[in-house]
Design a protein around this ligand. Sequence first.
Ligand code: GLN
Length: 346
Amino acid sequence: MKNFINRSGVFTVMIISLFVFIRPCLLLAQTGNTLIKEKIQAALDEAYSKFKDVKEGKNADYIKELAQVDPKIFGIAIVMTDGQVYTKGDVQSMVSIQSVSKVFTMAKVIEEQGPKAVMDKIGVDATGMRFNSIVAVELQKGKEINPLVNPGAIAATSLVNGADSAAKWKSILNIHSEFAGRPLSLNIPVYISEAGDNLRNQAIAHLLLAYGRMYFDPVQATDIYTKQCAINVNAKDLATMAATLANGGVNPLTKKKVVTPETVMYTLPVMATAGLYDDSRIWYFGSGLPAKSGVGGGLLAVCPGKFGIAVVSPPLDAAGNSVKAQLVIKYVVEKLGVNPFLIQPK
Ligand code: GLN
């Protein structure tokens, strides 16, 4: 008996020391020695004060409701792959997710049908044109587009499994909620505002149908797409969604497996080449990070294996990307030295 107590005592001490000493060392090694807490928070604080008074940019107004959103909303969030959360500014106010949603519907289609289906039925080529370009569809007869511009995104929506429109929508809202780690909901005024005024997206969906590249009723697919764009999110939601991608498909806050690492592997390159519309290459050149913007003012970026970062600030530049969000994320990436292409020679 005494022997047993001795042995179990030794065992307990071993387990405790494993958690107390070894686990933090492993975590530190995983996140990279340079990413210490104070440094991350300091980078967010600095970026916030450096860019909070930037006046450039203007809210999107082609969707009438977006013009009414407070342009002063400004929030920054980082969610690490180990679940730590860092924030600065307003990370409570909600904006509509808009085009950022395209990432998660694309991931859903890859998850359900594989990367080849996305490549063959939609395309994974950057168009280099505006997100709602009809010319981009016409030039290649509906091919050589990608799921992160409107035509490819509406096609992706049409491909999501589900017997009818309601089932597809339920599945899309669900995958967004799983990525965010909480139940998300619809911004009804934004949905109504865009749904009543989306003839251009309807035209795109019909043109794709004419070329045999729309896989559900085009009117209903456009409607589901419009709903998905009107999902409400804040900066922390977007950072959590990005962190789930950074963490190979497992949400670091809920620990739930949302998609496979392979799905993430095929999602990130499309974000890298087409995440910021016709300015995608300028963005990638300056940050090295796969990212996605939306005309609601959200922008998220993925630092693979390390963290997800997101900023909400509605005023946009001419390409439709949040001005402050781009400045902040580039600044933080540089400060933390996390551009994946910054390689220190051995
Ligand atoms: N719902 C918007 C549209 O279809 C999304 C565009 C965007 O965020 N770039 O125009």
